[in-house]
Design a protein around this ligand. Structure first.
Ligand code: NDP
Ligand code: 8X3
Length: 249
């Protein structure tokens, strides 16, 4: 039987590449994000892989619940959930932080992950089978100057991933945390609010990770047999040894 993967934030970056990698591995896909046209373009690219598109903001619990409840029968049995949607907003010392940015990061990266997990889990718990991949970050395992609330949001993802793994173990649901280092996506454009020059500098002077590098890791994890439970993986760029320790030319 075809396995079904639900990928949040499939309209860009790591989520998009993960959708492509999982389609290649034979999954059918539920693709989610706010930018509908991006999801439609991806679905066309993935054809003939069956896809179902759900447009919602992960911060909106009612919208998440309604979207998951609207899934057609053939997409209701979700085998893999990739909690990827999220990002950073701003990079400023705590005393200069913008509370709207704090809300956006905590509501998307932490509560959004919870909202989606809670909507998807009833089917997994009923079948006593499932696999959840939470996209954390190296920023959840170390802090760096001005990263404060983003780092805190990803530290919460690290804690939640461990807690989910413990709570869901009796239900035969595996939970993993994937912690990327520097991946060139729209991440820095979002963090710097469309300042493309500043965003480009983040990836200058070295070869950053590509979203496909993280997608490969996720594909590997979700295609392991049931006796293998990978708990956590950190993936740096080749020139990277810590969040902000990067060998640049
Ligand atoms: P992108 O900005 O390229 O992609 C972010 C994705 O998340 C988009 O598809 C966006 O879709 C979706 N998204 C963001 N906020 C919401 C929301 N409130 N509701 C629904 N969807 C949302 O960045 P990345 O691919 O790099 O980021 C993916 C994940 O990886 C994030 O959790 C990020 O924190 C994490 N990460 C990224 C790293 C990097 O260096 N790039 C390193 C470590 C972790 P849309 O706007 O259409 O809703
Ligand atoms: C994204 C990586 O180091 O910019 O989570 O926070 S970092």
């Amino acid at each position: 039987m075809t396995r079904t993967a639900f990928v949040t934030g499939a309209s860009s970056g790591i989520g998009r590449a993960t959708a492509v990698a999982l389609a290649q591995a034979g999954f059918q896909l539920i693709l989610t994000g706010r930018r509908r046209e991006r999801l439609e373009e991806l679905a066309q690219q993935l054809a003939p892989t069956p896809t179902c598109l759900l447009t919602f903001d992960v911060r909106d619990r009612a919208a998440v619940d309604a979207a998951v409840a609207s899934l057609p029968a053939e997409f209701q049995q979700i085998d893999v959930l990739v909690n990827n949607a999220g990002g950073a907003h701003g990079l400023a010392p705590i005393q200069e932080g913008n509370p709207n940015d704090w809300d956006e990061m905590l509501d998307s990266n932490v509560k959004g992950l919870l909202n989606v997990s809670q909507a998807v889990l009833p089917g997994m718990t009923q079948r006593r089978q499932g696999h959840i991949i939470n996209i954390g970050s190296i920023a959840g395992h170390e802090v760096y100057a001005n990263g404060n609330v983003y780092c805190a949001s990803k530290a919460a993802v690290a804690a939640l991933s461990k807690a989910m793994r413990i709570d869901l173990l009796p239900l035969n649901i595996r939970v993993a945390e994937v912690n990327p280092g520097a991946v060139e996506t729209e991440f820095s454009q979002v963090r710097f609010k469309g300042d493309t020059e500043r965003a480009a500098k983040v990836y200058q002077g070295y070869d950053p990770l590509k979203p496909e590098d993280i997608a490969d890791v996720i594909q590997f994890m979700v295609t392991r047999p049931a006796n293998v439970h990978i708990a956590e993986i950190t993936v740096f760029a080749g020139a990277q040894g810590a969040a902000t320790l990067i060998n640049r030319t």
